[in-house]
Design a protein. Structure first.
Length: 269
C-alpha cells in the first residue's frame, strides 16, 4: 500500500479549497505516514500565472507551526512547493531566492506553460497537431530539468494531455520515445524522483505519466517514484493509490521515495 501523498494544495494556493489544517487532518485520518503540501509558487509574469501567487511568508509560517503540532512517530508532514517552471531568467532568479529564504522541505518542479500559453487552456492547442502540442510540452519539460533552483520531484509528466481537445488524448511513450528517453535518463542522472500524479482528468490515462512511460523509466534503471494526488480538497487526498500501487508493483517497483530536506526516505509498496 502507498502511505504517502506528496503533491497536494490547501487554500494557500488560490485554487485550493480547504485550510491547511483540514488537509493535514484528512491525510492523517486516511492513514498516510508521509504527507506533503505543495502550494503553487510562480515567479513568472502575472499574465501567464496559472493562478494567483501564494503568500509564501504566511504559508511557511503556518506550515512550520503545524509541523510542530502534528508530526509524530507515525505521521510526518512536509511543507513543500510546486514551482512553476518558466525559462525567463527573472522567474528563475525569483525561485532560487525563494528557496534560500524559506527552505521548503521539498520542491515539485512542474511545467504548466509552453511558448507563452497555458497548456491546460484550449488556446494552446489551436492550430497545433497532437504531435506538435505534446512535443513542445515535452521539450519544455526536458528544459525544466536544468532549472537552477533545487528540486526533488518532476511533477505530472504528461500534464498537457489533461485538457487536450484531440479524440485520442493519451500521451504514449511510443509516439515520443526519443524525448521521453532524454527526460527519463536526465531524471535518473540527476537523482531526482519521478511523480505519478492521479489528477489525470480526461487525459485518456488514469494517472500521469501512464504505465508505458513508467515501465520505460524502470527499464532504464529509474527506481525513484513519488505518489501525488494533486488534491485541492480533502476527499481527493490519496486518490487511486491502490491502483497506482498495483501498477507499479506489476512493473517491478518495490518502493516509494519521499524527499525531505535533501534526503530521501524509502517506503516499501
Ligand atoms: Zn501542477
Ligand atoms: Zn499541483
Amino acid at each position: 500500500m502507498i502511505v504517502s501523498d506528496m503533491h497536494t494544495h490547501s487554500s494557500f494556493s488560490s485554487d485550493g479549497r480547504a485550510s491547511l489544517s483540514d488537509m493535514v487532518a484528512a491525510a492523517k485520518a486516511i492513514g498516510l505516514r508521509c504527507y506533503g503540501v505543495t502550494e503553487h509558487i510562480h515567479g513568472d509574469e502575472p499574465s501567464l500565472a496559472q493562478y494567483g501567487e501564494t503568500d509564501a511568508a504566511a504559508y511557511f509560517a503556518c506550515a512550520r507551526a503545524l509541523q510542530e503540532r502534528e508530526c509524530g512517530e507515525n505521521f510526518s508532514f512536509f511543507a513543500g512547493g510546486e514551482y512553476n517552471y518558466a525559462p525567463d531568467p527573472r522567474a528563475l532568479d525569483y525561485l532560487v531566492a525563494l528557496s534560500e529564504k524559506y527552505r521548503p522541505d521539498f520542491v515539485v518542479n512542474s511545467v504548466h506553460n509552453v511558448d507563452g500559453a497555458k497548456c491546460c487552456h484550449f488556446s494552446y492547442f489551436e492550430g497545433k497537431s497532437k504531435q506538435r502540442a505534446y512535443g513542445r510540452y515535452l521539450e519544455e519539460v526536458r528544459r525544466s530539468l536544468d532549472a537552477p533552483y533545487p528540486y526533488d520531484i518532476v511533477g505530472h509528466l504528461g500534464y498537457v494531455s489533461r485538457s487536450a481537445p484531440y479524440a485520442d488524448k493519451k500521451l504514449r511513450y511510443d509516439e515520443f520515445a526519443d524525448l521521453f528517453d532524454e527526460i527519463l535518463r536526465t531524471v535518473i542522472r540527476r537523482g531526482v524522483i519521478l511523480e505519478v500524479n492521479t489528477a489525470a482528468s480526461n487525459s485518456g490515462s488514469e494517472f500521469l505519466p501512464d504505465a508505458d512511460v513508467l515501465a520505460r523509466y524502470f527499464e532504464l534503471g529509474g527506481r525513484k517514484i513519488s505518489f501525488g494526488s494533486d488534491a485541492h480538497y480533502p476527499s481527493r487526498i490519496g486518490e487511486k493509490r491502490e491502483l497506482v500501487c498495483e501498477q507499479l508493483a506489476a512493473i517491478g517497483f518495490t518502493e516509494i521515495t519521499v524527499p525531505n530536506r535533501g534526503t530521501h526516505i524509502t517506503i516499501g509498496l
